[in-house]
Design a protein around this ligand. Structure first.
Ligand SMILES: Nc1ncnc2c1ncn2[C@@H]1O[C@H](COP(=O)(O)OP(=O)(O)OP(=O)(O)O)[C@@H](O)[C@H]1O
Length: 338
């Protein structure tokens, strides 16, 4: 497979000013050369093939946004090289923007005062799309998303989900070679999430668009990605198939956050741990009345587990969540996959 993205020894440092205190500190800071250098991305090597859908994940502060900003030409690398579809993003910005689509939570491509349809028409002109190309893509968006229902609405009156659908349509519309999606489904209900995933899949298989997806929602990754790259402290710690990550995470892995009535004793923790084998159950004390149980629901009898906890310390509150990125990262470090 031909590469569309090539990163070689890519690094980015940020200089952080050590602020002075006391009299005239603001003026002193203006002329200060007293900086600490923080390395946000450290010697990344990564090749991504044309048409891949890659999940790019990591805990907060891991270096995802910094990498994406170098890939999209917003930041200049401190060291190393970045090449996307033959372009050096920060050097060839004018030509390069037509090659890529970027959907970031905070940034909008759309015009708040225009209707949805007019916004799309502006995009068509800006990206010099032919009438035929525009019509063909609109046909697909209509088939998958019934997008015409939103045409007359003004962008400022769209719901969060409708707005995200339109943002994604706005970038897919001009047939970019690569799209970068940052948390595209955050805060959205399952029906909108499903639509977003469907349109990304379809444009990937039909138009061959390469997709780089950054998210904290593992179900997005599971639904869309064949490959997962995990970054932590600026370094790539995992780059493998979705199947390999599933082995790591467990196919039916759940996190149960429990707040107990009484303090959780070490004795209780040990007792519960002893009920199941180590690889199917992990208990992380979050405080003396909170514990997170990470278990494989196919292997662990959750009813039995909860009954034991209820009997010993009572249950005040319970919350079940999907696996967190931090948990996956820990599994990588614990060597469960290496
Ligand atoms: N403009 C900046 N100036 C100084 N430090 C920065 C800047 N941008 C990012 N950093 C630092 O670089 C590191 C990586 O940040 P980055 O935003 O890339 O992480 P992230 O993986 O995208 O995190 P999140 O999931 O929280 O968005 C962090 O330690 C962050 O504080």
């Amino acid at each position: 497979m031909e590469n569309i993205i090539e990163l070689k020894n890519l690094s980015k440092d940020f200089k952080i000013l050590n602020k002075k205190s006391g009299k005239f500190s603001v003026v002193k800071d203006l002329f200060s050369t007293d900086y600490t250098v923080e390395r946000a991305v450290n010697q990344i090597n990564l090749n991504i093939g044309k048409g891949e859908i890659v999940g790019f994940i990591g805990p907060n502060g891991a270096g995802k946004s910094t990498t994406i900003k170098m890939l999209t030409g917003v930041l200049v690398p401190t060291e190393g090289t970045v090449l996307v579809n033959g372009f050096i993003p920060y050097k060839h910005r004018v030509k390069y923007v037509k090659e890529i689509g970027v959907v970031m939570g905070q940034r909008s491509q759309l015009w708040w005062d225009l209707s949805v349809e007019d916004s799309f028409k502006v995009m068509k002109e800006m990206y010099e799309l032919s009438d035929a190309e525009y019509a063909e893509n609109m046909r697909i968006f209509e088939e998958e998303l019934c997008i015409s229902e939103l045409f007359d609405k003004s962008v400022r009156h769209l719901s969060l989900g409708q707005k995200m659908l339109c943002e994604i349509v706005a970038v897919l519309l001009y047939n970019p070679k690569v799209i970068f999606l940052d948390e595209p489904t955050i805060g959205l209900d399952i029906s909108v999430k499903t639509k977003i995933r469907k349109i990304i899949k379809r444009m990937n298989s039909q138009q061959g668009v390469t997709v780089i997806l950054t998210t904290h929602d593992i179900s997005d990754i599971e639904a869309l990605c064949d490959r997962v790259v995990i970054i932590d402290h600026g370094t790539i710690i995992f780059d493998d198939s979705m199947n390999k990550m599933k082995q790591l995470v467990g196919s039916e892995r759940k996190i149960i956050e429990i707040t107990t009535k009484k303090v959780i004793s070490d004795e209780l923790t040990e007792k519960i741990k002893g009920m199941f084998t180590k690889e199917h159950l992990q208990i992380n004390p979050a405080s003396n009345k909170r514990m997170d149980i990470i278990c494989d629901s196919g292997e662990v009898d959750i009813n039995e587990l909860l009954l034991q906890i209820m009997e010993y310390v009572g249950i005040e509150d319970i919350n079940t969540v999907g696996v967190k990125i931090e948990d996956i990262v820990r599994q990588v470090y614990e060597g469960n996959l290496l």
